[in-house]
Ligand binder design. Structure first.
Ligand code: NAD
Length: 547
């Protein structure tokens, strides 16, 4: 049976202390302890949220490895969400690499071995025909944001099967931390359709079904049942697809984007954050979008998603689709994507230009002389020194975006990019790198993290009640993010705002996205608020203890 979100009045005693949404731990006041049957169940001294956070940080810093810090934070999230979010929000720079990339990647790889307690819903292919009943087991009715994965392409780490659950959990934590989505309304889901990862199949502690992946019509029917069960059980929920393998990801996006309130962050969120970075980079170089040549390493979800949004942006500037696509070139694992290649996947075809085939990135850089290099291949150390040096030879300010995650898969490091270009690169990466000091000057690398986009988009959908997520919304998000960069941040060489400002930026971005939702007639929270920014800010969850 489903319940609405519990309140302090529905739970008391040990049950209350064990409910992470309502638990205040040692911060329950004497009056609450009396009224809620807590006397004796807690040590007598009452602490403030700030004092509790001090204890958390002390313990956090004692943990020796990133993975231990991750386990510690997840345990805190399971005990006391208010304290967890307050701590994460106040230390976002330090915490984000733990609760998300890169550490979440390692956590997923070892998920079965560090497993403590469940979070979210696991729906396996053995549950076919009964998915609605599984959704009914979720204890909360008012679900507003769902992140779902089938674990086939976790970050740049490949097929991690049911171990991929760390990703929806981490991503939803970012929805809350970065844009104030109420955690009680979020739901992480893993569709366990098996795994083709042999080492997981051989691992006695693997948590998923030890069988190979479901494919073809059976897979599609399973996802179809899942999507329609979500629609009937949680009709107001935004359904975000995450880290699916690319053939399924593109197909599912096309199947559902006009039918339900959904988007794919790997394709659309990545596109928006990258386009925002490009716009901001052009503020540094002084160039125009239409004068750029983009060369992508990797022609998957991220690459094609970015390419498509760049094309939309160029068409807004007056180029035809054909002219715009000619600004985007792709190298995949087989070489340059050109017309003469056979058996190209459908999503690559629009970018298969009539041009001689070139076997690799180095030859493509030499021939095409791109102004921007965008790495989305999941292959580390592929922007080699000669390639980066060549970019610097024919660009005063080469744009180098090494977006593959986690850190180990980054196409080059920040230090390499700055060193090999003598500090001239405009660099951003998917996973964070520390500032680099070169010849006495400090460069702050940008993190082209989707967390600048998807939380704000989610806030907009929740607050405006938008029934769909459209490309125009991502375009608005990209522009709002680029505009949010202050002159002071630009002067530091940044192309993305400082992470400490992310909640403020998410609200601005959500207002821009909501404006599109209202203009497109998709918003259902009516009448439209007179001031969208104030409405977005007011809709944000704050990590404070309720009465
Ligand atoms: P994908 O599997 O859809 O695509 C990967 C692409 O890389 C494919 O086209 C493949 O052919 C190509 N590729 C593989 N090996 C290659 C090689 N040696 N040389 C050239 N190309 C090669 O994956 P995706 O969703 O596009 O993600 C790719 C990477 O981008 C991942 O590491 C992911 O973590 C990262 N990513 C980062 C962000 C971000 O930071 N904002 C967002 C999304 C994805």
């Amino acid at each position: 049976m489903s319940h609405t979100t519990p309140t302090n009045h529905t739970l008391t005693g040990v049950e209350l202390i064990h409910n992470p949404i309502l638990n205040k731990g040692t911060a329950f006041t004497p009056a609450e302890r009396d009224a809620l049957g807590l006397r004796g169940l807690l040590p007598p001294r009452v602490f403030t949220l700030e004092e509790q956070m001090q204890r958390i940080m002390e313990n956090f810093h004692k943990k020796q490895t990133m993975l231990e810090k991750y386990i510690f934070l997840v345990a805190l999230q399971d005990r006391n969400e208010t304290l967890f979010y307050r701590t994460v929000i106040e230390h976002l720079d330090e915490m984000m690499p733990i609760i998300y990339t890169p550490t979440v990647g390692q956590a997923c790889q070892e998920f079965g071995h560090i497993y403590r307690r469940p979070r979210g819903l696991y729906i396996s292919s053995a549950d076919r025909g009964h998915i609605d009943q599984l959704l009914a087991n979720w204890p909360y009715e008012d679900v507003r944001v769902i992140v779902v994965t089938d674990g086939e392409r976790i970050l740049g780490l490949g097929d991690l099967g049911a171990n991929g659950m760390g990703i929806p959990v981490g991503k939803l934590a970012l929805y809350t931390a970065c844009a104030g989505i109420d955690p009680a309304t979020t739901l992480p889901i893993t569709l366990d359709v098996g795994t083709n990862n042999q080492s997981l199949l051989d691992d006695p502690l693997y948590i998923g079904l030890p069988q190979r992946r479901l494919r073809g019509e059976a897979y599609d029917a399973f996802v179809e049942e899942f999507v329609s069960a979500v629609q009937s059980r949680f009709p107001r929920a935004l359904l975000q697809f995450e880290d699916f393998g690319n053939s399924n990801a593109f197909r599912l996006l096309h199947t559902y984007r006009d039918k339900v309130c959904t988007f794919n962050d790997d394709i659309q969120g990545t596109a928006a954050v990258t386009l925002a970075g490009v716009y901001a980079a052009l503020r540094h170089t002084g160039g125009a979008l239409a004068d750029q040549t983009f060369l992508f390493l990797g022609a998957g979800e991220a690459g094609i998603g970015i390419g498509d949004l760049i094309v939309t942006a160029l068409m807004e500037e007056g180029l035809t689709a054909e002219q715009a696509r000619h600004k985007c070139w792709f190298v995949d694992s087989q070489g340059l994507v050109v017309q003469s290649r056979d058996k190209l996947a459908e999503h690559k075809l629009p970018y298969a230009h009539n041009y001689p085939f070139l076997p690799d990135l180095a030859s493509a850089v030499e021939a095409l002389r791109p102004t921007a290099l965008i790495g989305v291949s999941g292959q580390g150390q592929t922007f080699t020194q000669p390639i980066v040096e060549q970019m610097a030879a024919f660009n005063e300010r080469p744009i180098i975006l090494a977006l593959s995650n986690p850190t180990s898969q980054s196409e080059c490091t920040a230090e390499q990019a700055y060193t090999w270009t003598n500090g001239r690169a405009i660099f951003a990466s998917g996973s964070p790198f520390a500032p680099v000091t070169l010849n006495g000057q400090t460069y702050i690398p940008g993190q082209g993290n989707n967390a600048y986009i998807f939380p704000g988009v989610g806030l907009s959908v929740v607050a405006s009640g938008s029934s769909r997520v459209t490309d125009e919304m991502f375009m608005a998000a990209a522009k709002a993010l680029a505009t949010a960069l202050t002159p002071a941040e630009q002067a530091q060489g940044r192309i993305y705002p400082a992470l400490e400002r992310i909640r403020e930026v998410s609200a601005v971005l959500a207002a821009a996205v909501s404006q599109v939702a209202y203009a497109q007639g998709l918003a259902t929270t009516l009448p439209a608020p007179a001031n969208l920014l104030t409405a977005m800010q007011a809709a944000m969850y704050q990590p404070v203890y309720g009465a």
